[in-house]
Design a protein around this ligand. Structure first.
Ligand code: ACO
Length: 344
């Protein structure tokens, strides 16, 4: 079986910054409370022009450029989002046109904050089974459009953005080594947004017809989600390591979903990894949902700290409740016409 190496990466975050000091003016909270309970200091807010398509396009173009491929070489686009721009067509299809990836199949995938790692599993399997050679995997969300900025339990946590990777077929022992996906729909009521549409202007009027235009907001039971995530992040990360045939000592980096620093620290402890082997950027971006893991990955790759042969654990959790993890061996030596990109 062929492997799927990550040969390109990119990210985009909107310009507008919302700091904890800004939030102090909006709800009964404090910078001290937010930092000590979550680790978040500021987050980015999508402007009107920062649609899911626009953000995805910026991150994807970077990823394609780093990979050095022609958009026409892309066989498949999988776009993970729970904030698509339209009911139909998929934002992935719109992205295909923006990129000029005219040969690609394209679809969206919804698994909330776990979405990118789910999409990575889907994309890598199309390569491992020999169906495709080049796959673009994108994670983008604009969740702040669905946040009630009078609800201090949720409005402090989220930000907007996009991240993307290019996966390419390789015969070398590198790339995506394992995937673990999970879902427990019994926890659906702990984290949800009723209705659907990234302009936030839709909700069911109660009789099943979409008539009334009114705002619909995220609802979250933070304590339940916290308890779930602390358990599942460590468990699913370890499962992915075992599935890859590795031991904990073989893991070089943890690239976790950026929901809460305390959740990340608990996962790192389970993996026995020190803080300097864990990518953290939630202080700057908050929780960007499906974008959080690929934004971390893009930053880590650009930093030059990911070296060939290093084993990365990607792990995420989110609404569903859902979870996903992946072990990736960094490097693309086996990709035809490609060198190694780990030095930024
Ligand atoms: N500022 C100040 N005080 C606050 C705030 C705030 N923003 N929010 C809550 N409080 C208060 C509460 O009212 C409570 O007060 P009380 O003791 O007088 O009742 C106190 O602080 C403690 O509240 P808790 O909810 O117990 O605080 P906790 O330490 O659990 O932190 C948090 C809350 C940050 C929401 C945490 O539970 C969490 O991170 N949960 C996970 C959420 C998450 O990751 N969601 C995203 C999933 S990904 C996806 O798919 C979208």
């Amino acid at each position: 079986m062929r492997n799927a190496a990550i040969t390109g990466w990119g990210m985009y975050v909107p310009d507008q910054v919302l700091t904890n000091a800004d939030l102090e003016q909006m709800v009964e909270t404090s910078d001290e409370w937010i930092v000590s309970r979550t680790g978040i200091r500021e987050r980015r807010l999508a402007a009107e022009a920062d649609t899911t398509l626009a953000m995805s396009t910026r991150a994807s173009r970077q990823a394609i450029e780093v990979a050095g491929i022609d958009p026409a070489d892309i066989d498949l686009i999988v776009l993970a989002t729970v904030t698509p721009d339209k009911f139909m067509p998929s934002t992935a299809s719109l992205l295909q046109t923006e990129l000029g990836a005219h040969r690609a199949a394209a679809f969206d995938l919804a698994a909330a904050c776990s979405g990118f790692v789910y999409a990575l599993a889907v994309g890598s399997q199309f390569i491992q089974t020999g169906v495709y050679r080049n796959v673009l995997v994108v994670g983008t969300d604009a969740l702040t459009r669905f946040i009630d900025f009078t609800d201090r339990g949720t409005c402090i946590l989220f930000g907007d953005g996009s991240g993307a990777v290019v996966l390419q077929a390789t015969d070398a022992d590198e790339g995506v080594l394992s995937n673990v996906l999970g879902s427990d729909g019994r926890g659906a009521q702990h984290l949800y947004i009723d209705g659907f549409a990234s302009n936030g202007l839709f909700s069911d009027n109660g009789n099943g017809h979409i008539e009334d235009l009114q705002r619909t907001y995220m609802k979250m039971n933070g304590n339940e989600v916290f308890r779930f995530s602390v358990r599942v992040m460590g468990e699913t990360a370890i499962e992915a390591v075992n599935k890859a045939g590795l031991r904990l000592g073989d893991i070089d980096w943890l690239i976790p979903h950026q929901a809460n620093l305390r959740i990340i620290d608990a996962a790192a402890k389970r993996l026995d990894l020190p803080r300097d082997r864990v990518w953290v950027n939630l202080d700057r971006y908050g929780n960007t949902s499906a974008a959080s893991v690929p934004i971390c990955l893009a930053e880590a790759a650009d930093s030059g700290k990911l070296q060939q042969g290093m084993n990365l654990v990607l792990v995420a959790f989110g609404a569903g409740l859902s979870w996903a993890s992946s072990v990736v061996r960094w490097g693309a030596t086996g990709v035809r016409g490609k060198g190694f990109h780990g030095d930024g």
